[in-house]
Design a protein around this ligand. Structure first.
Ligand code: CO
Length: 206
């Protein structure tokens, strides 16, 4: 019931104010998060909760399959605001195992508009198909592509003019690729972090 959501909201606000009566007042004056989270829209991957951060500590962009496209003005606007204005220190691209978007990108079945959105993931699958298809189960194949997708999106973030310019002017900024296990609630670092363009994973075709 929707009324439950409002009741939950009052309880939540009260519980935060019990710990820190000034919490919302302080937040309303400024936000100074150190992290930008680029994650999947999946309801099972709630960004702040997974990493135990409060409102004000994580700047968040989510879409289906945590994709970063150089033509996506929405994602790029978030990225630019986070890097240039908020001066965040870390960009975390976080995928998750069992991602429905990634799974859809592997199938030939036509869904609709979502197929267009997932086009770059389908291409990523086609480029890596020989080694992915060797895996025994569909779940393993999906999970392998979920990992490759995170790495590709880290590369895409690193190669945006926004991040390149920040690195060029010496702004401290790192980009990381993580993956979350819906089945165990745990994050894994895919160890593709980059703090300068030389450390960035290559773009497809490079
Ligand atoms: Co997903």
């Amino acid at each position: 019931m929707l009324s439950d959501l409002f009741r939950n909201n009052v309880d939540w606000a009260e519980s935060i104010k019990r710990r820190d009566p000034e919490f919302f007042l302080k937040l309303s004056r400024q936000q100074a998060p150190e992290y930008l989270w680029i994650g999947c829209a999946d309801s099972r991957v709630p960004a702040n909760e997974i990493v135990g951060l409060l409102p004000g500590e994580l700047f968040v962009h989510r879409n289906v399959a945590n994709i970063v496209l150089q033509t996506d003005i929405n994602c790029l606007s978030v990225l630019q605001y986070a890097v240039d204005v908020l001066q965040i220190r870390h960009i975390i691209v976080c995928g998750h195992y069992g991602c429905g978007g990634v799974k859809a990108a592997m199938q030939e079945e036509i869904i609709g508009l979502l197929d267009n959105w997932l086009h770059s993931v389908s291409r990523l699958y086609l480029r890596n198909r020989p080694r992915i298809d060797e895996l025994a189960t569909e779940a393993e194949r999906v999970d392998a592509l979920c990992e490759l997708n995170v790495i590709e999106q880290v590369a895409n973030v690193c190669h945006t003019s926004i991040v390149r310019r920040a690195w060029k002017r010496g702004q401290p900024l790192s980009v990381h690729g993580w993956i979350y296990g819906i089945g165990d609630g745990l994050l894994r670092d895919l160890e593709v972090s980059a703090s300068c363009i030389e450390q960035a994973p290559p773009l497809p075709g490079e």
